[in-house]
Write a protein that binds this ligand. Structure first.
Ligand SMILES: *[C@@H]1O[C@H](CO)[C@@H](O)[C@H](O)[C@H]1NC(C)=O
Ligand SMILES: *[C@@H]1O[C@H](CO)[C@@H](O)[C@H](O)[C@H]1NC(C)=O
Length: 157
């Protein structure tokens, strides 16, 4: 037997097992639907986009763009929100998008944006409170972070 064949013989069952587990996980997640409650606590060290005035940041969140939700307007680079948002998660949806925006008189400027996985909160029921970084560029640095906690209540109907 050639060496590669031996390796293949050893690996095959492992790969099949790995594939099955992943498929099962995806299947379980894909079949779940329910309410996602997101408590937005605060943001920290938001990058200052406003060269002339004060920053007036707000946060946008969405799973589906058509159902985007928005926080109140705040002031400064470390604003407190203390706001809760509720989303309906459909089977197969597992990403929450978060964007920090500086409200400006003419054009709103994006401060930072990220997309967080809902796999953990969907399978365990809760996540956080924790900081979610808004990456600056390829994740080497960040334009601030958003502190949130999430809860998922499965809808079995
Ligand atoms: C936000 O919530 C925290 C904890 O519940 C509280 O200590 C703080 O005073 C609240 N801040 C505002 C601005 O509502
Ligand atoms: C982060 O801020 C910098 C400086 O304002 C900006 O150039 C960059 O595009 C921002 N990154 C993201 C992902 O918005």
């Amino acid at each position: 037997m050639k060496f590669t064949t031996i390796i293949a013989a050893f690996l095959a069952p492992v790969l099949v097992m790995a594939a099955t587990t992943e498929e099962e996980t995806i299947e379980i997640m894909a079949s779940k639907k329910g309410q996602l409650y997101v408590k937005l606590n605060k943001a920290t060290k938001l990058t200052d986009k406003d060269l002339f005035g004060k920053s007036d940041p707000f946060i946008e969140m969405w799973i589906e763009k058509a159902y985007k939700q928005r926080s109140k307007d705040t002031k400064g680079l470390n604003p407190t929100f203390n706001e809760t948002f509720c989303f309906y998660v459909r089977p197969g949806q597992n990403k929450l998008n978060i964007r920090a925006v500086d409200k400006d008189t003419f054009i709103n400027d994006k401060i930072g944006e990220t997309s967080i996985s809902l796999s953990n909160v969907i399978s365990t029921g809760s996540e956080g409170p924790q900081d979610y970084k808004l990456p600056k560029w390829l994740g080497f640095s960040d334009n601030g972070s958003v502190n949130m906690q999430m809860q998922f209540v499965e809808d079995n109907s």
